[in-house]
Design a protein around this ligand. Sequence first.
Ligand code: TYD
Length: 132
Amino acid sequence: MEETLVIIKPDGVRQKAVGEIIARFERRGFEIKAMKQTVLEEAVVMEHYAHLKEKPFFREVVYFMISGPVVCMILEAEHGIASVRQMVGATNPQEALPGTIRADYGFISGSNVIHASDCPEAAEIEIKRFFG
Ligand code: TYD
């Protein structure tokens, strides 16, 4: 079994897609190990996206992530990390495959509805970062 960290971003919460997104994970067999709605601290988001700090869109991404409440979850399933990433789809919603969460609820790349850990090392760090 593998745990992974998922964040439904402010645009997902604003368009009231939280329930539908959680339902997709439950239908796929994920167990919700923890879940909370919160407004993220700027410093936490800057740390979370530190790998992008030289990018021209960094400030925009940080401000977007603190622009409203998010829903953080720890999800668990067999091969959970890859399975969630597959359900989430490509970073740019316009390139995400039909049926993925980003294709169905996203509009532009900076505003792509959901975050999911991309490997076991990231999942471990991100679970600690958002759930202590
Ligand atoms: P990244 O960690 O590369 O992708 P992912 O979220 O799919 O793991 O990027 C983090 C976020 O930064 C991404 O979800 C949206 C934003 N972003 C942009 O706005 N433009 C871009 O070109 C990239 C690569 C990311």
